[in-house]
Design a protein around this ligand. Structure first.
Ligand code: SF4
Length: 449
């Protein structure tokens, strides 16, 4: 959960105040940023406390039942402390449970309904018309630390994974024209961002809906295509990190950009499983691809490539043989960073109809087996990094030891590199670090340049 306040509040005046709670994934965070950018442009101020706000906006997550419960709690807190509450985000797409518990919320809108949220705010508390509060940084308001930012390149998804209701909530894939994405990226860089995290539901599918149409950027036309966009982003001179990519053959073309240092040697690929039977039941994109061969080929082109992934154990119908397959696969794939979830039924997901629900204690045992297998892999991968000199971006400077990340680590989900340094380091600074020690998740080293 992200409680949002900004240090860039307008200098004075009776500007209406908004308290904003942002829940859920980076994609939801980008939605929050857009809503806040618009409201700030209209002169609204952000405040940290619900009590001091004229209205509270809660951007909800509705992906899992646990996320829904967290969202309902956040709405309840806002109702209790303020009473004027606007709900948006994934949970707003199916407002029944919200209305049932909180019939007095002012408005409920679905994900990406920026105009409706802003309209509801206008109704609850009209904007103050003061030209001095209309100042807004051209890159918009970023909720992430200043040195990194998420860049959303499309909305929605054309896949139909059986455990997922995102296409139902967010609709089919709608890609932004390449020039539009690049303009935003350039603004971020001009504003001091040093690392851009490219996100969407399916980054490798970027532009399919636009039939890869070109748009004018600088002196050239750029296709709305994963490769072309990656190449252009790679020209911006900052770290570019790719999230939510699927192992389709055309992803091969992007790997040379990683070995040339144009974009980070990092791919976030949510494999979710390895057993062909389970992948088929999940209806995962690129499930029929020979994933291990593909990973092998990528590493031949870019030996430094780090792959992060998430998996689900205990999907309906999953057998012990499927888990054997998955554990063996993990041993061979040698993924750098891995998360694992126990399957949780999502209301409205087709997977709920699949026979063979796995009992909770079996899920638990499979989860432990998975984690133990990956722990061994992670330790080997991390140990191989000891002794190397690597670039680290500083996230949290400290008096003697600062926290940062290598090119192999995304913020919030991957490991930390603890950097000892004689001179003070700044957030967003990229330093050369000699790695001296490693555990399964984090690295420890000393700044050498
Ligand atoms: S790829 Fe699958 S899991 Fe991801 S958003 Fe699309 S349907 Fe959902």
């Amino acid at each position: 959960m992200t409680d949002i306040a900004t240090s860039e509040a307008p200098p004075s005046g009776p500007a209406p105040k908004i308290s904003f709670v942002s829940l859920g994934c980076p994609k939801a965070l980008v939605d929050s940023e857009r809503i806040i950018t618009q409201l700030r442009a209209e002169g609204y101020e952000l405040t940290k406390s619900h009590g001091g706000a004229d209205v509270v906006i809660v951007n909800t997550c509705g992906f899992l039942d646990s996320a829904k419960a967290e969202s309902l709690d956040a709405i309840g807190k806002a109702m209790g402390e303020n009473g004027k509450v606007i709900v948006t985000g994934c949970m707003g797409a199916e407002p029944g449970p919200i209305i049932e518990r909180f019939p007095n919320v002012l408005a409920i809108t679905g994900p990406q309904a920026y105009e409706s949220v802003v309209g509801a705010v206008h109704e609850a508390v009209p904007p103050a018309h003061d030209p001095f509060v209309d100042l807004i940084p051209p890159q918009g308001v970023k909720l992430t630390p200043r040195h990194y930012a998420y860049l959303k390149i499309s909305e929605g998804c054309n896949n139909r994974c059986t455990f997922c209701i995102i296409p139902k909530l967010r609709g089919d894939l709608v890609s932004r024209p390449a020039a539009d994405v690049l303009r935003e990226a350039e603004k971020l860089v001009k504003a001091g961002v040093k690392e851009i995290l490219v996100i969407s539901q399916d980054t490798s599918a970027y532009g399919v809906d636009l039939k890869y149409a070109t748009s004018p950027w600088k002196d050239r036309e750029v296709r709305a295509k994963f490769l072309d966009l990656s190449r252009e982003l790679g020209e911006l001179g900052v770290w570019i990190r790719m999230h939510y990519v699927y192992p389709y053959p055309h992803v091969d073309e992007v790997i040379p950009l990683m070995s040339e240092g144009k974009i980070l040697p990092y791919l976030d690929i949510p494999f979710q499983h390895a057993s062909p039977t389970v992948l088929k039941a999940m209806r995962r994109p690129a499930a029929q691809e020979k994933q291990l061969e593909r990973i092998q080929k990528w590493r031949e082109i870019c030996p430094d490539l780090a792959i992060r992934s998430t998996f689900i154990v205990g999907f309906p119908g999953e057998t012990e043989e499927d888990v054997d397959f998955l554990v063996d696969w993990l041993g061979e794939a040698k993924l750098d960073r891995v998360g694992c979830f126990k399957y949780e039924a999502v209301a409205g997901a087709p997977a709920n109809e699949i026979a063979g629900a796995v009992p909770e204690e079996v899920k638990e045992a499979r989860w432990h087996r998975f984690m133990a297998a990956q722990q061994k892999v992670a330790e080997r991968v991390q140990k191989a990094r000891v002794g190397r000199r690597v670039q680290v971006i500083i996230d949290e400077p400290g008096p003697t030891v600062s926290k940062g990340r290598t090119k192999w680590d995304a913020p919030e989900i991957d490991g930390t590199t603890y950097v000892a340094s004689r001179r003070p380091l700044r957030a967003g600074e990229i330093v050369t670090v000699k790695i001296e020690r490693a555990d399964a998740y984090d690295l420890h080293g000393v700044a050498v340049g």
